[in-house]
Every structure is written in C-alpha cells, then in structure tokens.
Design a protein around this ligand. Structure first.
Ligand SMILES: Nc1ncnc2c1ncn2[C@@H]1O[C@H](COP(=O)(O)OP(=O)(O)OP(=O)(O)O)[C@@H](O)[C@H]1O
Ligand SMILES: [Mg+2]
Length: 422
C-alpha cells in the first residue's frame, strides 16, 4: 500500500526537501533545479575546454553542493561536445593502482556508451572485456546504472585472470580515449567522488595512488578529470605530492549558497512538484525558517533539507490531515526538531558523550573550539578529547573546520546538535 502523500496539503506531489544529488539522467531530481554557482561552473568548464586533457578538484564542507555542481558541469560539457555520464566513480583507499585505472576505464566506457550507444571496434571490445570482468569479480565495481546485468554474459571474461587483464588497463584506457576523440568527442569527462569518506591516513594513501597512475592514466590525451571531496581531503590527495599538484589546477573551493539562492532552490522545487497546476503551492514553512536553518547548518544543504523534511513530516503527523493553516513557523519547527534530534543523538551517543555536548552548548553553542580548549571544558585528558571528537564527528554531531596552515584544528557543534540542545 502506498503511503498517503503528506505533501498534498501544500499542493505538492512529493517532498520538495529531498536530499539526493541532482543529475542529468534523473526525472525525480533533474538539473533544471540547479541554482547559482555560475562562476565556479564556468571556471570548471573553461579549464576543460582549455586543453586536451585536464585535472581539477572541487572542495567544500559536507552537504554544501559539491557533487551536484560537478553533475551540472558534466551536463554543460556534454552540451559542448564532450562525452560523459551521470555516473560517479568512487575512490576508496583500499584500491590498487591497477584497480583505480580499471575504475577510470569503466567510467570512460560508460561515458562512451552513454553518448554513442552503437560504438564498436577493437578499442570498445578490449574495454568491454576488462570492465565486464572487473564487474563480475566485484559484483558491481562502480555505481554504474548501465552495468551488464541486462545484457549478455561472457564466460570468457570470467575465465580470464583479472590480474593479467588489469595490467593492460592503461593501454586499453588510452585506446578508448583515442577512439572517443576519433569518433568526434571533444574529450571524456570523469568524476571521481567520495574523497570525503577518506580518513586522513586513507587520504594520504589516495594521494600515493594518484601519483602512481599519473603518467599512465591521469595525463592521457582526451581525459578530463574532476575529483571531489571535503577541503582537507582534497588538499591531502591533490596537493601533498608535487607530481600530482603540478598537474592539477587550484581546487575550486565552494562557499555556502547565499540565503536568496537557497530560497530560489526551494522555489524551483515547489514549482517542479506542483500537484494541481490550477492552484498555487502553499509554502510549507515561513521564509525566516529557511534563513535560520541555513545559518544553523553553516551552508550544509543536505542537513537543511533533511531538517525541513523531518520536521515538517513530524508536525503533519501530529496534527493529522487537516487543512492548510499557513506556513509553519520557526518556534514550532525547532521544537519538534529539538526533541527528535535530541533523542536520536542521546540514543546514538550514550549519556557520557551527550553530556559533553551539553556542556559545550551550555558554554556557547556557537563556539569554535580547539582540542586544548575542550580539555579544559570537559576536564579530561587530551587523548580522551581526541577520541571523543572522533566519535562525535563520526556521528555527525560535531564538524571540523578546514585546516588553516599549522594552526590547531577547530571544531564546532553541527546544526543538528545545536537544534537538539537549543
Ligand atoms: N546549486 C544547487 N542548486 C540546487 N540544488 C542544489 C545545489 N547544490 C546542492 N543542491 C542540493 O543540495 C543537496 C546536497 O548537495 P550535494 O549532494 O551536491 O552536496 P555535497 O557537497 O556533494 O555533499 P556530500 O559532502 O555529502 O558529498 C542535494 O539535495 C542537492 O540536490
Ligand atoms: Mg557529494
């Protein structure tokens, strides 16, 4: 049985506060909803157009809109004659350099197929064989929607030793890129994501990994690479080795969207999800709620959208399916979110960690603190502070600011925590 549509009350087809990344190939979350970021978008596109191969990085705090920006840039590039797909290539620290080249190859292969479904020839066959064997081995090596489940099976690929095949990766990738260029592509744009999931040691390993494939893969003619991650991860991965830094452009670091742009973002969603076109959409919340949450979440759009979705759903659940009674105000929404996030965090963290958060908020919920200051605040030793912070960051209760030179790291309460303790 389908759930009743809570959002009908507002003349909306479904929740306008979904947190998924916008993508070109999606009807539910289309790129037509994209707002702002004109300068960054242009800068990324210009670098792609400016040379036969390019390497760029997009950095920024969690949830600020990094992945969505790169999806928009890929759509721009596609319109300008580049081949690319909406797929994202994950980079994890346990990959070998052969496997990473395999990932790039799979991404390039998907991009060729997305732009030229009939593409064939020796370069495509070699790529297909390698990609297929990798995906069979790992049960889906990349997050590919194309995959191979629907197509044929290849017994040959299963019986071919993948290790030996992978050694051919650089050559197969080079030939595939050359093939794409021959077929009229201006180049192939690939999107390496998820640097944000790398812990510091893993980021260092990822940096070594990129260095190890630099000449064989990163510099290939026709390849345009965009890597995405949090500011510190990007800095470690792209800037710690001269050999890698020298072939990357300066990272594009994203600032939070302006408040007016966040309003535009939501207006675009309300409009796209309008249920009855003969009637207006009733705004679910007052404008000041949006501004307050945007500030509280420091530009983390995912956190903002999630808070709106969960808070409004909870309030609608409480009041039942009545009539539209005007947009929800800040006091009502923060009350329900405070209870909800409070229970969630206590449940997830346990009493001791919760009390440490409470002590922090009691001092000043906006405070940006160092480990040394937390030693004093919590009255525990530095190693315990460090361990506590790791747990709190892992749970999303605390954020860490990007490193500034040699200064000690600075920590602040996440938006959800400030709501919980507000
Ligand atoms: N410029 C934009 N225009 C419209 N919507 C956007 C824009 N940027 C981000 N969003 C929306 O905000 C949410 C978060 O965006 P996105 O997933 O791109 O952030 P992110 O920085 O990649 O997050 P993470 O750090 O978790 O990877 C998504 O729902 C996305 O649709
Ligand atoms: Mg992302």
């Amino acid at each position: 049985m389908a759930l009743p549509n809570l959002w009908k009350l507002y003349n909306l087809r479904s929740s306008p506060y979904f947190q998924a990344t916008l993508r070109q190939d999606s009807e539910a979350t289309p790129l037509s909803l994209f707002v702002g970021r004109h300068e960054e978008r242009q800068r990324l596109l210009t670098a792609i157009g400016g040379s036969r191969s390019s390497r760029q990085a997009v950095a920024g705090r969690p949830g600020i809109g990094k992945t969505t920006l790169v999806q928009a840039v890929k759509a721009d590039a596609l319109a300008a004659g580049y081949w690319t797909s909406a797929e994202i290539i994950p980079i994890t620290a346990d990959l070998t350099s052969e496997e990473l080249i395999g990932q790039l190859l799979a991404g390039a292969y998907d991009s060729v197929l997305a732009s030229s479904a009939q593409a064939s020839g020796p370069a495509m066959e070699a790529a297909q064989q390698l990609v297929r064997s990798m995906r069979l081995r790992s049960g889906g090596f990349t997050v590919s929607a194309l995959g191979f489940g629907a197509g044929g099976t290849s017994t040959q690929a299963i019986s071919t030793p993948p290790g030996a095949l992978l050694l051919d990766g650089p050559r197969v990738l080079r030939d595939l890129l050359a093939f794409a260029l021959e077929q009229g592509a201006c180049g192939v744009v690939l999107h390496l994501n998820n640097l944000e999931n790398l812990a510091e040691a893993d980021a260092a390993r990822a940096a070594d990994l990129l260095r190890s494939i630099r000449d064989q893969a990163l510099l290939l003619d026709g390849l345009h690479l965009i890597v995405v991650g949090t500011t510190d991860a990007v800095r470690t991965v792209v800037q710690s080795h001269t050999q890698v830094r020298s072939v990357f452009s300066d990272p594009v670091v994203l600032d939070p969207l302006e408040p007016t742009e966040v309003h535009q973002l939501l207006q675009a969603r309300y409009h796209a999800l309008q249920l009855d076109p003969s009637q207006l959409v009733h705004p679910p919340v007052q404008a000041e709620v949006i501004d307050a949450l945007h500030g509280l979440f420091h530009g983390d759009l995912r956190g903002l959208l999630k808070a709106l979705e969960e808070g409004i759903s909870a309030l609608l659940g409480l009041t039942g399916n009545g009539d539209y009674a005007g947009p929800i105000g800040l006091a009502d929404l923060t009350q329900v979110l405070s209870r909800r996030y409070g229970l969630e965090l206590q449940d997830q963290l346990g009493a001791t960690l919760w009390q440490r958060l409470a002590a922090w908020a009691a001092r000043d919920a906006q405070a940006v603190l160092t480990q040394a200051e937390l030693v004093a605040l919590w009255g525990i030793k530095q190693p315990s502070v460090s361990q506590t912070l790791q747990q709190l960051i892992g749970a999303g209760a605390v954020d860490v600011l990007p490193r500034k030179g040699g200064e000690p790291l600075q920590y602040l309460l996440a938006g959800a925590t400030r709501l919980a303790l507000g």
